[in-house]
Structures are given as structure tokens and as C-alpha cells.
Design a protein around this ligand. Structure first.
Ligand code: ATP
Ligand code: MG
Length: 411
């Protein structure tokens, strides 16, 4: 028989891994709600064009990483590599472009064909926010503030530093782009082959290169600051002012560009040194052109996505798991009676289970293993009296509780 393994770069979420994952998602969703964001769920796969057009023809994701295949009807579909394009598609398909702002929270699996390593999988998971509609820098600051509060609520706010940059408006970027082409052309001999290929089409992306060969040239490249139009500079001032009002500390980093083509103005990342080279935990920016690319009206938007696996690894204490209350019969007659007690507990909203077999000792062992807070023990004497022994498995303390009182006593 073959010994099946998960596909390379994919992982099972079981036990503590699942609890960490779930804790990240539940915390993020709760904090996002405090800011007025509502969850959306969009399909795991979309028409390939949704990603191919919007992420940029030269992006890593489109050139190397997409899981694209023809379905049985011959249509080209792609497993979503990120969440934003699908959310914008959904905004347009559902006729919501006139009902703005839309404040969206999402979470779920994403798929990229990458070289698997620590903090980098082929199926990974993201949480994310999209704030669609407002063009004010207040919106940028608010989505960042929400991200920061999520990291803080997870207990990792202090380890993550917000790095902030602006990519300016189109006029700023066009001027900067021209300067970058001139600069990198003069040093093209030093660049990696990939960066040389990007030189004419998308020189901004060279700045985001992870190739060591490109570092020296990138370090001395011209920065956006010298090319900002007065409007773009004022927008950036607004973002910084509002971040300060929200109480979010940040550090400016003129080297931050986003990997995808649809960004303008604000670009930001929360980074940590605790994860080795995979140090970006949350990344985002403003993407005013994307909804229009998707066939909707021109609609400003800003958002971010964070990798759940990287956040999970940073959590100090794995969230504790409290197991179900263990109902433990002694003898066959008691087992029959225990089933109705078990059911009354569950119907009262108390998590409870009973082992399917085994003597008293084994059943108590199982209760200890599953992290049961209490064992409800019922033997013949208890059955006759209608009173159970309730044992606190942490302290060992035991007390007698009438059957009818059990749900109240245990809740
Ligand atoms: P990187 O530079 O690490 O490749 P990216 O720019 O491709 O990141 P984004 O598309 O901005 O990443 O995705 C946002 C976040 O999603 C990242 O900061 C990271 O936490 C997470 N992420 C991205 N790709 C992966 C992956 N293959 N495995 C695990 N997490 C990932
Ligand atoms: Mg990547």
C-alpha cells in the first residue's frame, strides 16, 4: 500500500496547530468587528483572468506561482493566490459599487507554487481587510490601526514594527519610474537576470527583489520622495498624522514597494526579526485602480493581508484547550442512565462526552488526556440516589450534585 503524505508545501492543522490558527482568525475577526468590518467569503477559485490581469503580468505571483488549470469544460481557472482580487470581483458582481464604503474582513486558504520553507507554504492562509470607497488618508491610517490592534491583541504587537512608505500618485510614480530605468540601466551589469528582465517593464519591482545580487544597486537607487507631486506628498502627510492620532507607532522605510501592480500611495508592512528571512507578517497598501480593472467604476480602496502561519508561529503561549466534561459511568446500568445525563448537558450548552468503552480507570485517564475540567461519576449508589459525584480534575475536589442540578452546577 502507498504511504500517502500531504502534497509538498501543504500542512494539516491538527491539535495545537489548529488551535493557534483558530485563535488568530477568531481574534482578528473580533477586532475587525470593533472597527466595523464585516466578514465576506468568496470562492477559492476564480477565472484565471481575474488574477492574471490585476496582479500584473510581471509579478512573481503571475509569472511563477499561480495554480492554474483547465477544468473539465476547458475553462481556465486559478486557485486564488490572494484575497483582494476576488473581493473586488465580488463587489462588482454583486452590484455593490454604489453602496460604499464597504468594509470587508476575510480569512481562508491561498495557493502559490513557491519553494516551501519555514513560513512559506504552497497552501497557506491569510486574514485580510479591505476598506473600499474612501479616498481619504484617514482610511489608510484606520486599516493600519486595525491591523496593529489585531497584532497587539495576539500579544505580538511589540515584536512587529510597522514600516511605512508612499508610492505616490501616477504622476509621481511615472517620474520615479523613468529615473529608476535610467539608474538601473547604467548598472544593469550588476543586476540579476530576473531584474534585468524587469528593467523596462517594471523597474519598481527590482526594489522588491530578494536576490542578493541586486542588493547593492537597490541600496543606492533613487527614492520616491524626490518625485512626489504636492498632492501625493500631502496625502502621505495625512496618513502619518492620522496614524499618530490613532496611536500607532511606525518607521518610514523608503524601500517598501508592494509585489503587485495595483498599488498607489500608501504601502506598508509589519515586520519582525523573530522569523528569520520570512519576516513580513502583514502587508498592504492603497489600490485605487483595482475595482476599475475588474470592470467596475473607478473606486478607491485600501487594505492588507497577513499570513496566518507566520502569526501562529509568533504566538507565545498556545491557546489552552478545555476539553469536554467527561461523564463516567461505573457499571452497565449506570452507562444507560449516563446517556440521558450526557444529552441533558449538551442541550444545556455544556460540552460533554462519554467514552465508548473501558473500565472506570481507563475512562478517567481519557478524561485527563482530553483536558476535561470535570468528571461526572455515576455508579449504582449514585443511580439509586439520583446524585452524581462531580470531580474537579485539576484540584481533585469532589462534590455530590443531584442529576437535575448538573447543568446549572457545570455551566
Ligand atoms: P513574501 O515577500 O514573503 O513572498 P509577498 O509579498 O508575496 O510576501 P503578500 O502577497 O503581500 O506577500 O501576502 C501577505 C502576507 O501573506 C505575507 O506578508 C505573508 O505573511 C503571507 N504569505 C505570502 N506568501 C506566503 C506563503 N507562500 N506562505 C506563507 N505565508 C505567505
Ligand atoms: Mg511572495
Amino acid at each position: 500500500m502507498p504511504q500517502f503524505q500531504p502534497v509538498r508545501g501543504t500542512h494539516d492543522l491538527i491539535g495545537e496547530a489548529w488551535r493557534r490558527h483558530d485563535h488568530v482568525v477568531a481574534t482578528a475577526r473580533a477586532v475587525a468587528k470593533l472597527y466595523g468590518f464585516e466578514p465576506w467569503a468568496t470562492p477559492l477559485f476564480e477565472e484565471t483572468a481575474i488574477f492574471a490581469r490585476t496582479l500584473g503580468e510581471t509579478s512573481d505571483v503571475v509569472t511563477k506561482e499561480m495554480y492554474t488549470f483547465a477544468d473539465r469544460g476547458g475553462d481556465s481557472v486559478t486557485l486564488r493566490p490572494e484575497g483582494t482580487a476576488g473581493i473586488c470581483r465580488a463587489l462588482v458582481s454583486n452590484g455593490l459599487t454604489q453602496t460604499l464604503p464597504q468594509k470587508v474582513f476575510y480569512s481562508g486558504p491561498m495557493f502559490r507554487y513557491e519553494r516551501p520553507q519555514k513560513g512559506r507554504q504552497r497552501q497557506f492562509h491569510q486574514i485580510g481587510l479591505e476598506l473600499i470607497g474612501p479616498s481619504e488618508p484617514l482610511a489608510d491610517a484606520e486599516v493600519i490601526a486595525c491591523g496593529w490592534q489585531i497584532l497587539t491583541a495576539l500579544g505580538i504587537g511589540a515584536e512587529c514594527i510597522l514600516e511605512l512608505n508612499t508610492l505616490g500618485d501616477k504622476a509621481s510614480r511615472d517620474a520615479w519610474r523613468t529615473a529608476l530605468i535610467t539608474y538601473f540601466s547604467a548598472r544593469s551589469g550588476e543586476l540579476s537576470e530576473e531584474s534585468r528582465n524587469r528593467l523596462q517593464r517594471n523597474p519598481l519591482r527590482i526594489l522588491d527583489s530578494k536576490d542578493a545580487a541586486d542588493r547593492a544597486a537597490v541600496a543606492e537607487a533613487p527614492m520616491i520622495a524626490g518625485f512626489l507631486t504636492p498632492e501625493a506628498a500631502a496625502f502621505y502627510d495625512g496618513v502619518r498624522e492620522n496614524l499618530t492620532r490613532f496611536g500607532v507607532p511606525f518607521r518610514e522605510n523608503p524601500r517598501i514597494v508592494r509585489g503587485l501592480d495595483y498599488y498607489s500611495h500608501t504601502a506598508f508592512e509589519f515586520v519582525t526579526t523573530a522569523l528569520g528571512s520570512q519576516g513580513t507578517v502583514l502587508a498592504g497598501g492603497r489600490y485605487d485602480g483595482l475595482v476599475e480593472e475588474m470592470g467596475g467604476p473607478s473606486t478607491p480602496a485600501v487594505g492588507w493581508a497577513a499570513g496566518i502561519e507566520r502569526l501562529s508561529m509568533l504566538l507565545a503561549e498556545p491557546p489552552v484547550s478545555v476539553g469536554p466534561v467527561a461523564v463516567v459511568p461505573m457499571g452497565e446500568a449506570a452507562e444507560a442512565a449516563c446517556i440521558s445525563i450526557l444529552q441533558s448537558l449538551r442541550q444545556a450548552g455544556i460540552s460533554a462526552e462519554m467514552a465508548y468503552r473501558g473500565n472506570f480507570r481507563r475512562r478517567l485517564d481519557r478524561a485527563n488526556k482530553t483536558g476535561a475540567p470535570f468528571a461526572v461519576i455515576i455508579g449504582e449508589a449514585e443511580l439509586a440516589a439520583g446524585v452524581a459525584q462531580v470531580k474537579n480534575l485539576a484540584s481533585g475536589e469532589q462534590s455530590a450534585v443531584a442529576f437535575a442540578e448538573l447543568p446549572t452546577h457545570l455551566s
